[in-house]
Write a protein of this length. Structure first.
Lengths: 81, 415
């Protein structure tokens, strides 16, 4: 799951000319660093819901829950059950 | 009245946190009309000093133009101060109709509806014309008012990487099942000064059966050969379904905005757009002055030509002086400093040299992208810009940043 989400984030949010100089792993801050903002976060939420056949309530899709790939995995696991 | 101390404390703590982050905004008091040279009281309480203004949206220098001021006076004398009504009750004068017709002709569209501001136009248009069967696909750097307007709308939201046509195409393919696909972009991006590639966007819109929305607030009056806007620049006149723009920047600088475009879309806004329905009409003096502004920019390209010459001089000058700038073809020229504190220090030192600029940093721009945004006006002249350039060189030398590229500046100051 980690690699799938990391790949999506790289393709969806990182500009090609920035990809080489940026290291991205499961603990890289996404929201607080500005890589993903609340405006563009909706596509990530939709991707997770479609990919893992889950529904994430809006009140759970918080910037904190989406701030790292690790926290996103925890969120997905919670709703997969 | 209940203002509990716990609430007051919470507000004070929030204000304290804003100050601590270094993003507390303070107003600077100007003791003169808006112009290329202004008298600014800063810090508050100090005697005003004359400075060159490089941070206003007065692109065409019409904010205090004598003919525009005289037209506002005539509007005031002949049609009064305010309407005391929304448009559809008893707030529409012949002036509003005339201004809407002139905007339609100038922008090359089918019809136009005025709003109190472009912020309101962007806040109302999406909800009025889209529903939950539709999708809005926006460039990630669109203006905050568009983001707010999209949030008020039930259509699905999606975004594409800034000006990335491959990514936009992918999104259009993803959403072929929707009733309406609306591509949403600024014409000129306010913080970067670059242009949306409207020719490519219109081609993709045609290929994937999508409509196009452009906020041309930082372009109307001067982009394109006759100043019609970014759509004229890219030979896309008549191809943009919805244009929103403001009367608060190049087109006079007071206030007011509009939605201009397809007849049915404008009519739906007249019936449904809440900021139009529930706020007062643009005041008569402003409507009268805006009509004069459109007469001036329609009669001659002299001002936009001068603005273009100033922009070229300034871009070349700061670039040759060894500063990093964002490429573009607009009067917005961001001088990149990357480090937030450096942007504040340089802006402060430039003020001491008689140059008024503002440093922008995260969250107004992306993290690590701090800058000083300079903006040209047709009212600047070359000697004024030469002086400004000398001040930039002096301050640039103080910090040793001239000639450094992005990597060099970040190595020296961090991000």
């Amino acid at each position: 799951m980690k690699d799938i989400i990391l790949d999506y984030i790289k393709n969806e949010y990182i500009d090609e000319d920035e990809a080489d100089e940026m290291t991205l792993d499961e603990n890289t801050p996404l929201i607080s660093s500005g890589i993903v903002d609340s405006f563009s976060m909706v596509s990530l939420k939709r991707f997770l819901e479609k990919k893992y056949s889950i529904s994430i309530p809006d009140d759970q899709a918080t910037p904190e829950a989406f701030n790292t790939v690790s926290s996103i995995i925890r969120l997905v696991e919670k709703f997969k059950k | 009245m209940a203002y509990p101390s716990v609430v007051q404390e919470a507000y004070r703590a929030e204000l304290g946190a804003i100050r601590e982050k270094g993003i507390f905004k303070e107003e600077r008091f100007i003791h003169s009309p808006q112009a290329a040279g202004i008298a600014v009281e800063f810090p508050s309480g100090q005697p005003p000093r004359r400075v060159v203004n490089l941070c206003s949206n007065n692109y065409l220098g019409l904010s205090s133009h004598p003919e525009v001021v005289a037209a506002a006076h005539r509007g005031l004398d002949e049609r009064g101060y305010g309407m005391s009504s929304v448009r559809f009750i008893c707030g529409t004068q012949d002036l509003h109709r005339e201004l809407e017709h002139k905007l339609t002709a100038f922008l090359g569209t089918e019809d136009t509806i005025l709003f109190p501001s472009c912020m309101d136009a962007n806040g109302g248009v999406f909800e009025a014309v889209l529903n939950d069967q539709d999708v809005m696909i926006a460039d990630r750097l669109v203006h905050a008012s568009i983001v707010d307007g999209m949030r008020l709308c039930k259509a699905m939201q999606d975004t594409y990487k800034h000006a990335d046509m491959k990514h936009l195409e992918q999104k259009l393919q993803d959403h072929q099942d929707k009733r309406v696909r609306l591509i949403i972009t600024d014409g000129v991006f306010s913080m970067d000064g670059d242009l949306a590639p409207l020719d490519e966007i219109c081609a993709l819109a045609e290929k994937y059966d999508a409509m196009v929305f452009v906020d041309d607030s930082h372009a109307s009056g001067f982009m394109g050969k006759t100043g019609r806007g970014t759509h004229e620049h890219f030979n896309c006149l008549g191809k943009i379904d919805i244009i929103t723009t403001t009367l608060g920047k190049g087109l006079g600088g007071a206030s007011g905005g509009c939605v201009s475009g397809r007849t049915e879309i404008v009519e739906l806004c007249r019936q449904k757009a809440r900021p139009y329905l529930f706020s007062n009409a643009v005041p008569p003096p402003i409507a009268a002055a805006a009509i004069k502004v459109l007469d001036i920019v329609s009669a001659s390209t002299e001002r936009r030509d001068r603005l273009e010459a100033n922009q070229k001089f300034w871009r070349q000058g700061v670039s040759e002086a060894g500063f990093v700038i964002k490429d573009g073809d607009s009067p917005i020229v961001p001088i990149m400093l990357f480090n937030a504190k450096l942007s504040q220090d340089v802006a402060r030192d430039l003020f001491a040299e008689g140059i008024y600029v503002i440093g922008f940093f995260f969250p107004v721009v992306a993290a690590g992208q701090a800058r000083i945004r300079t903006q040209m006006s047709a009212d600047h002249d070359i000697p004024m810009l030469k002086n400004a350039l000398e001040a930039f060189k002096k301050v640039g030398d103080k910090y040793g940043i001239r000639g450094l590229d992005k990597k060099g500046i970040i190595e020296k100051f961090g991000v």
